[in-house]
Ligand binder design. Structure first.
Ligand code: 5AD
Length: 360
């Protein structure tokens, strides 16, 4: 698919033609990753963060936000909950927290791998190769790091106060690949200042990166962030602004499925937040094959407020997982068993070591 075709689909508003897009994405999803929907247990380890991302509610400098870091005991309780619910993967996510040390995280991963059969996915921000290598060595299987936007100017605008020496996220993704992780990335849809051409380029980039996992969700303004406060003005000014709607997010997901047929693609929490009633279902019908129920203990999860309204419909974690399982069944799909890793990993060794499209 060409860049122009992607952009045309993103601008498409005709209901009949959009039905064709949904059907294509659903067909490719079924053919390449099947009808199983994999559930990943998500635990938000810590809301400490050293970054000042302009969109994010747990950014450094939000002094009024109560910060927490789970103890190993609390985390292992979540891990056991995931096992008891039959989930196959644990996703350990956090702000970019230096308190989550190389050896601390490595010990935790080692313990989860020793005591359970779960796959472990890490989502801990931009970390050094040294740390990423130690965690891989400890047994971590996958790593998620969204590049957020492929437009460097927009990237700079939404990531102020970035230390000059920081390497860019694409370089980190390259390291992750080299270390043998299954690699996930993605973007937010509808960032103030994001044009249709920008989002089309993002989707093209997802395909070039040959990602194992793709996370796409609508941008949700957080009133206590610089972008949340300034966002509206930017949106009004730009005619070419991508809306942060559920339908736009699912267009992006459907196109991501078409450019990356084998990827594991979640119906994200952000999508379920903009459309509480139908978000997860729409995602699963428009390209997604994964859902990540939040297993963070109540009391902490409210503090992991990257955007407003993230709190789930039911505070009871078991009930929430049961509801997702029921949704999956109601769509005529099955709940995946086991770790549900990348389909195309067998060909990984035949990939070029340095994929040329990664360099800018
Ligand atoms: N709205 C939507 N998504 C957000 N994220 C962070 N803040 C927001 C927000 N306000 C997403 C980013 C990040 C992921 C963990 O959450 O894409 O990579």
């Amino acid at each position: 698919m060409t860049l122009a075709e992607i952009e045309t689909w993103l601008r498409e508003e005709d209901a009949g033609r959009l039905e064709r897009l949904w059907a294509m994405a659903d067909g490719v999803r079924r053919q390449h990753v099947g009808d199983a929907v994999h559930l990943r247990g998500l635990v938000e380890l810590s809301n400490h963060c050293r970054r000042q991302c302009a969109y994010c509610g747990i950014r450094a400098g939000r002094n009024e936000l109560v910060r927490y870091r789970l103890t190993e005991t609390e985390i292992m309780d979540c891990v056991r909950l995931a096992v008891s619910l039959g989930l196959g993967t644990m996703v350990l996510q956090a702000g970019e927290d230096p308190g989550l040390t190389r050896d601390g995280v490595a010990g935790l991963v080692r313990r989860i791998k020793a005591e359970t059969a779960l796959a472990v996915t890490l989502s801990l921000g931009e970390r050094d190769d040294d740390e990423l290598a130690a965690w891989r060595e400890a047994g971590a299987d996958r790593y998620l790091l969204r590049f957020e936007t492929s437009n460097p100017e927009l990237y700079r605008r939404i990531h102020p106060a970035r230390p000059v020496e920081t390497r860019d996220r694409l370089a980190v993704l390259e390291s992750l690949r080299r270390l043998g992780y299954e690699v996930g990335s993605g973007v937010m849809v509808g960032i103030p200042g994001q044009t249709y051409r920008d989002l089309a380029r993002d989707i093209e980039r997802l395909g070039e990166l040959r990602l194992d996992m793709i996370g796409l969700g609508p941008y949700l303004p957080h009133p206590e962030t610089p972008l949340g406060q300034a966002g509206q003005t930017v949106t009004d000014a730009a005619a070419d602004q991508v809306p942060n709607s559920a339908v736009m997010a699912t267009k992006a997901m459907a196109l991501a499925r078409l450019v990356c047929p084998d990827a594991n693609i979640p119906a994200t929490t952000a999508l379920a937040t903009v459309d509480r009633a139908r978000g997860h279902a729409l995602g699963l019908q428009r390209g997604a094959n994964v859902i990540m129920p939040d297993l963070t203990p109540p009391g902490y999860r409210e503090l992991y407020a990257i955007y407003p309204g993230k709190t789930p419909l039911t505070a009871d974690r078991i009930e929430a997982v049961r509801a997702v399982q029921a949704l999956v069944a109601s769509l005529g799909r099955s709940v995946g068993r086991g770790p549900g890793g990348a389909r195309h990993r067998e060909d990984v060794t035949s990939r070029p070591k340095e994929c040329p499209s990664w360099s800018k």
